[in-house]
Design a protein around this ligand. Structure first.
Ligand code: BJW
Length: 257
């Protein structure tokens, strides 16, 4: 049961907000049928991260790594954004500035219609040449060759994602940090807040006085620091916030709050 008072508290904060950030993780895509990483059916419960999501894993066995990404591309290609993604896309029309900072690589925020999207961990639909660093978008499922080769130089292509032990794109990270320190409200949706440096972003926002609202069925290391923490699924909570925000405020509600 979603706590209605917390939804009203959130709407109250939004009434005076102009700059909104949604900081998202794999939980926002869970209701689309995309597995998370650390949950009950999460990817890291079935697979070892060090065998599939590290530069060493790719150097040792690029075919295996690519087979795993091809399998995930297949799953993503068969699913679509859910009401959580859609609510965030709708917010772009309701507030002067809405930025999505996502750890997700599935491209669902784009598909739902959000515009200002900052992908911290890359995008599964992009391939990068291991020799020249050129990036190519390719939505073919399954890939024509595994592992794929660069059409220009013949070198191995790798998924344009960030693996453990790799640095995030500094431009993307710096922009995300800068936007996060200037926002009025940040929503932290569907992330375990365990993977750094991404997990430090909501804390940077808090230090800058940004109101932080967490939406997650489970508690996380951020929960006790967040201004508001709503226990629930993104696809339930985010549309409820939109609905309450759009409804004319009831006077007694506004007075009480
Ligand atoms: C719902 C829901 C619903 C469910 N609605 N919510 C100690 C040892 C080794 C390494 C480290 C260490 N300490 C720190 C590190 C570094 C490491 C790290 O942080 N490790 C931690 C795990 C300890 N970080 C890195 O290596 C990073 N790089 C780095 O540090 O570089 C340093 C460097 C500097 C300079 C030069 C060189 C290096 C890179 C991290 C890259 C992470 N990559 C991945 C894979 C991306 C590609 C791919 O997808 O294949 O990113 S791992 C994975 O975790 C993925 C995610 O983006 C990321 C975060 O996961 P997320 O999204 O939070 O998912 P879950 O599953 O954890 O949580 C889901 C949440 O949703 C849960 O809370 C649920 O309750 C909730 N939920 N249903 C709302 N319906």
């Amino acid at each position: 049961m979603i706590n209605k008072d917390l939804i009203l508290d959130t709407v109250k904060l939004l009434r005076n907000a102009e700059r909104i950030i949604a900081f998202t993780g794999s939980g926002v895509s869970a209701e689309s049928g995309i597995p998370t990483f650390r949950g009950k059916d999460g990817l890291w419960r079935q697979f070892r991260a060090q065998d599939l999501a590290t530069p060493q894993a790719f150097a040792d066995n690029p075919r295996l790594v690519w087979e795993w990404y091809d399998w995930r591309r297949q799953i993503i290609s068969e699913k679509k954004p859910n009401p959580g993604h859609q609510a965030l896309a709708e917010w772009s029309k309701m507030f002067p500035s809405v930025h999505i900072i996502t750890q997700n690589i599935d491209g669902f925020h784009q598909k739902a219609g959000s515009e200002d999207i900052h992908e911290l961990h890359g995008n599964i639909w992009k391939l990068r040449c291991t020799e020249q660093g050129t990036i190519r978008e390719d939505h073919t499922v399954p890939l024509k060759e595994t592992p794929p080769r660069c059409p220009k130089c013949g070198a191995l292509m790798r998924p344009h994602v960030v693996w453990f032990g790799e640095a995030l794109d500094m431009d993307v990270l710096n922009q995300a940090v800068s936007l996060s320190s200037k926002a009025d409200v940040m929503f932290v949706v569907g992330t375990s807040a365990l993977v750094y440096p991404a997990a430090s972003i909501p804390f940077t926002a808090l230090e800058s006085g940004v109101k932080v609202i967490e939406i997650n069925p489970e508690s996380t290391p951020l929960t006790s620091n967040a201004d508001i923490s709503i226990r629930g699924k993104a696809g339930d909570v985010l549309p409820k916030i939109t609905k309450k925000f759009q409804r004319k405020p009831n006077r007694s509600e506004e007075k009480e709050k």
